[in-house]
Design a protein around this ligand. Structure first.
Ligand code: HEM
Ligand code: NAG
Length: 347
């Protein structure tokens, strides 16, 4: 009988004590010694067991929806991975990217890096609707984005990781933040390092997370500059491999065709693997921001690209760690923010 009394008690603990207590890194509770990751994840106030009692089915529900969505459209995995990145880089992983325009919100969806580009909102909506049926107002939209990014990686053949949870949803968005914090495709290596550093991410994070481009596509408009006028001299980017360059020209003409798409990893665009890094070594990175990992000559970035190209499991390991690091950017915890009922609007 004691067990049955304990469970509701733990549920209350999960709902209330954690919610208000997690902001304190030193917050001590029974299982703190269980896993080595707990101490580290606590620095963000997040921890993998957050929904263990309040919504134990959360990940399973996410995966069921993802499996169908990705079977319908394999690109969806890529779109959902990117959605989490664009959320986390703008005022932290707080689902600010999901808010629509309203009287108080200027939606991030209209920012340069997102407009006509970012996708996957309807899959997040489907997940949220199912979760609201089973555990109403428990699972945040920000955590759904993190779970969907991990699930998409797994379902594409990539690594899994223990995912710290407990993010809460913002009541604000930042259109300006989205325009200034998300790196542009024509970034220099210095730009990239600086923008990642501002989010507390290092070289290993930059290189491994760029490996997210092992799946998905980019529009002609994001790489046209490389083909026709890389340095303002009407010449192509000389670091582009020859035959790849001609192939891209046929997809992406000098004028028009802006929405034509090309795979970021032309060898295996729906498979999460390390070919992205091999292609970079061959001069076949699609975006300037991809190719400068080899040509930019900064720190030991080139060594990392080579190491990941040679050893897929090393890449997977670092990608998993770096996804946790990215997912820990400025989360709202405790009594900050809210759990939105509908990811598109504040409560
Ligand atoms: C390092 C700086 C980065 C830059 C400059 C960058 C830039 C871009 C651009 C321009 C696109 C194509 C968008 C379009 O044509 O509409 C794209 C797509 C994509 N990005 Fe990145 N990205 C970066 C980092 C990341 C990171 C950290 C991730 C995730 C870990 C990521 C995941 C993706 C994915 C999966 C796609 C394909 C999306 C789809 O097919 O719908 N990117 N990125
Ligand atoms: C990158 O592209 C933007 C927008 O097209 C342009 O204004 C900017 O000058 C480019 N930056 C570089 C370094 O080429």
């Amino acid at each position: 009988m004691a067990v049955f009394k304990l469970i509701p008690c733990l549920v209350l603990f999960a709902l209330f004590s954690f919610d208000v207590g997690v902001a304190h890194p030193g917050f001590g509770f029974g299982w703190g010694s269980n896993g080595p990751s707990i101490g580290r994840t606590f620095s963000s106030g997040l921890f993998p067991q957050f929904y263990q009692f309040s919504c134990p089915q959360a990940d399973e529900i996410v995966m069921t929806v993802l499996e169908k969505a990705i079977a319908r459209n394999p690109r969806m995995a890529a779109s959902l991975l990117r959605l989490h990145f664009h959320d986390c880089f703008v005022q932290g992983c707080d689902a600010s990217i999901l808010l629509d325009d309203s009287a108080t919100i200027r939606s991030e969806k209209n920012a340069g890096p997102n407009k006509n580009s970012i996708k996957g909102f309807e899959v997040i909506d489907e997940i949220k609707a199912k979760l609201e049926q089973v555990c109403p107002q428990i699972v945040s939209c920000a955590d759904i984005l993190a779970l969907a990014a991990r699930g998409s990686t797994i379902l594409s053949g990539g690594p899994s990781w223990e995912l710290p949870l407990g993010r809460r949803d913002s009541t604000t968005a930042s259109l300006n933040g989205a325009n200034t914090n998300i790196p542009a495709p024509n970034s220099t290596i210095q730009n990239l390092l600086t923008m990642f550093q501002r989010k507390g991410l290092n070289q290993e994070d930059l290189v491994s997370l760029s490996g997210g481009h092992t799946i998905g596509v980019a529009r002609c408009t994001t790489f046209k500059q490389r083909l026709y006028n890389q340095n303002g001299n009407n010449q192509p980017d000389e670091t582009l491999e020859r035959s790849y360059y001609y192939g891209l020209r046929s997809i992406c003409p000098p004028t028009g065709g802006d929405n034509n798409i090309s795979p970021l990893d032309l060898a295996s665009p729906a498979r999460f693997d390390n070919t992205y890094f091999k292609l970079i070594l061959w001069g076949k990175g699609l975006l300037t921001s991809d190719q400068v990992l080899l040509t930019g000559n900064a720190g030991n970035i080139v060594e990392l690209v080579k190491a990941y190209a040679e050893d897929e499991s090393l890449f997977f390991e670092q990608f998993a760690k770096s996804m946790v690091n990215m997912g820990n950017i400025q989360p709202l915890t405790g009594i900050s923010g809210e759990i939105r009922k509908n990811c598109h609007v504040i409560n």
